[in-house]
Write a protein that binds this ligand. Structure first.
Ligand SMILES: C[S@@+](CC[C@H](N)C(=O)[O-])C[C@H]1O[C@@H](n2cnc3c(N)ncnc32)[C@H](O)[C@@H]1O
Length: 360
């Protein structure tokens, strides 16, 4: 289904008739079908829309070493007719686009980074277009872009607006301007986290994650899945403390996977990275899953991803496998866990969070 943002764009197809276009983070896999006659590049920082757009890839894995040493990060590309779809954290290379369209993200810092990235591949005299929901902050997004050049509203409908910026000052994107590296601490243990704008826990350890880490057993064995790994906070903590573990870190976000690779490297540990939408297309077996799963989409609370994850988790757990999960204590996870696991034990509770241990 076309997202509201894409429905607004579909009223403005003449905009796309000329130029060399890059589209960043389309909210759905269907708008680009309306542009099938023209060549364009699409950068997806999120694997769900990427895999739907290329209609084949269910999950994709890479080694943390390869990703942390490659400045372009976790990257996979596929051509669909005249369109080149790339799942990656960054767009780099020559100034080759006349127009870049960004579906604005929720996090302002991520948008700032995207604007710089977009500007750095834009030709002289090029334009950046922003599309987003009015309640998703499109007005303030336009303000953020004023350093680049004058902005003008082109259209609005479906509770969304489309804004065009005539770029006069083309910026240069330098990864080191955006990377944040700092040390987190739980009890006496310290480890390093590398993060970027738009990645969960950016610059601060989440209280739920902290509670989960303080309740994890000291002696785990076998293959561990850090599901929805973000910057790799949980996986790197576990592997630094228990180096014999085989870690897999999974996330839907290319920015998160890139940071997770850098975080693993910063702590002198390695593992496997998996780009996936939930556990869709994940065939490996794990002895243990540890997670602080997602529950927000847009401005509403949405636990459908975690609901699906809980029902799929048993499939990827080995015999006698366990799931450690932290969540906002008001979310209805105990019932869901009990539907799929033989035993569910609460391990800790604060005014905000609960940690559950579930046995297969
Ligand atoms: C609450 S954060 C936890 C991050 C990290 N584990 C921590 O504790 O700092 C949830 C993570 O879920 C990821 N996520 C959202 N939707 C997802 C999906 N469909 N499949 C996999 N990961 C997803 C987000 O990118 C985010 O990194």
């Amino acid at each position: 289904m076309l997202s509201n943002q894409s429905q607004l764009l579909a009223r403005n197809l003449d905009l796309f008739e000329q130029g060399e276009w890059l589209i960043i983070n389309p909210a759905d896999a269907y708008f680009t079908d309306q542009l099938s006659d023209m060549p364009l590049e699409v950068l997806h920082q999120y694997f769900d829309v990427f895999s739907e757009s290329v209609r084949v890839i269910h999950s994709h894995s890479m080694d943390t070493r390869d990703v942390s040493e490659d400045p372009s990060g976790f990257c996979v590309s596929q051509k669909v007719s005249k369109h080149l779809h790339t799942f990656a954290p960054f767009i780099t290379g020559e100034r080759r686009f006349s127009d870049v369209l960004i579906y604005i993200p929720k996090a302002k810092h991520q948008l700032k980074m995207l604007l710089t990235m977009a500007g750095s591949v834009l030709r002289e005299g090029g334009r950046i277009h922003l599309v987003g929901e009015n309640k998703g902050g499109i007005k303030s997004a336009a303000k953020l872009a004023t350093d680049l050049g004058p902005a003008q509203k082109v259209d609005s409908a479906r509770h969304c607006s489309l804004i065009t910026i005539e770029v006069e000052n083309t910026p240069v994107f330098r990864l080191e301007d955006w990377l944040d590296e700092r040390t987190y601490q739980v009890d006496e243990f310290e480890w390093d986290i590398v993060s970027l704008p738009g990645v969960f826990s950016h610059t601060e350890l989440d209280d739920g994650t902290r509670l989960l880490l303080s309740k994890l057993p000291n002696h785990l064995n076998g293959n561990i899945l850090d599901f929805a790994c973000g910057a790799g906070v949980i996986g790197s903590y576990l592997n630094k403390l228990q180096p014999h573990l085989k870690l897999t870190l999974l996330d839907v976000s290319a920015l998160a996977l890139f940071c997770a690779a850098r975080t693993m490297q910063a702590n002198g540990v390695t593992g496997q990275l998996l780009a996936a939408n939930g556990l869709h297309g994940v065939d490996d077996k794990f002895s243990h899953i540890v997670t602080n799963p997602p529950f927000h989409t847009g401005v509403k609370t949405d636990y459908s991803i975690t609901k699906r994850f809980i029902s799929d988790a048993k499939r990827v757990l080995a015999k006698d496998g366990t799931l450690h999960l932290v969540a906002n204590r008001f979310l209805p996870y105990p019932g869901l866990l009990a539907e799929h696991f033989s035993q569910v034990r609460p391990l800790a509770q604060t005014s905000q969070f609960s940690v559950y241990l579930s046995l297969k």
